[in-house]
Design a protein around this ligand. Structure first.
Ligand SMILES: N[C@@H](CCC(=O)N[C@@H](CS)C(=O)NCC(=O)O)C(=O)O
Length: 205
């Protein structure tokens, strides 16, 4: 049994953490849940993640939930893999900003667009402000490349990159040249390809 176990449903938000584990290259086990069969609400799983959501990661008995937290955690737990920006490096600030921007701005902006509220919220009430500004900010950040922090690929690219890739694929994020080029760079990564193939295989189970 590996020290790392991912509670995963395929495909889902936990696919982002599957990709992160492939980037990491450490051995891991998968505990596959079928959301359609309600596995996420079964008592055994609720004991691990009372939110009834995937993903959940167990590392040496420690439980971590939330996609961006899992990616941040893994990058910091295995610093030799160079997927993090360590404390003390001035790039740590922007690195953390993008890791948080994923779940606090990018995803809510996309989900609000996909499932609009009956009454539009005031811009000031929304953490992401508005959809177009959020997309413009991400497009500018990935335009130069190759990665969000420049030459180094980090966990921030896994979090933001997953959103850009899946969002454009499902027409929830607008197609724009910056996003297409960034997605193509991601698609060329062997770890992203391995994760995608594994997810397909698991999804068919
Ligand atoms: N904030 C969570 C969201 C996780 C989430 O919504 N996962 C979905 C899969 S895409 C899920 O478990 N849905 C099953 C359900 O709600 O019953 C995270 O970032 O990990």
């Amino acid at each position: 049994m590996a020290d790392l176990t991912l509670y995963h449903a395929s495909p889902s938000r936990s696919s982002t953490t599957l990709w992160m584990l492939e980037e990491l290259g450490e051995p891991y086990d998968i505990n596959l849940l079928k959301l359609s069969e309600g596995d996420q609400q079964k008592p055994d799983y609720l004991a691990v993640n009372p939110m009834g959501k995937v993903p959940t990661l167990k590392h040496n008995g420690v439980v971590i939930t939330e996609v961006a937290a899992i990616c941040t955690y893994l990058a910091d737990a295995f610093p030799q893999k160079k997927l993090n920006v360590p404390v003390g490096d001035p790039r740590r600030g922007p690195y953390l900003k993008w890791l948080f921007f994923g779940p606090s701005c990018f995803e809510p902006a996309v989900i609000d667009r996909a499932a609009p509220r009956k009454e539009e919220a005031r811009r000031a009430m929304l953490g992401y402000g508005d959809f177009d500004t959020t997309m413009n900010v991400i497009a500018k950040a990935v335009a130069k490349g190759p990665w969000i922090l420049g030459e180094q690929f980090t966990a921030a690219d896994v979090v933001i990159g997953s959103g850009v890739r899946w969002g454009t694929m499902f027409n929830l994020v607008p197609r724009r040249p910056e996003f297409d080029a960034y997605s193509a760079r991601i698609a060329a990564r062997p770890a992203a390809q391995r994760a995608e193939a594994k997810d397909k295989e698991l999804g068919a189970k």
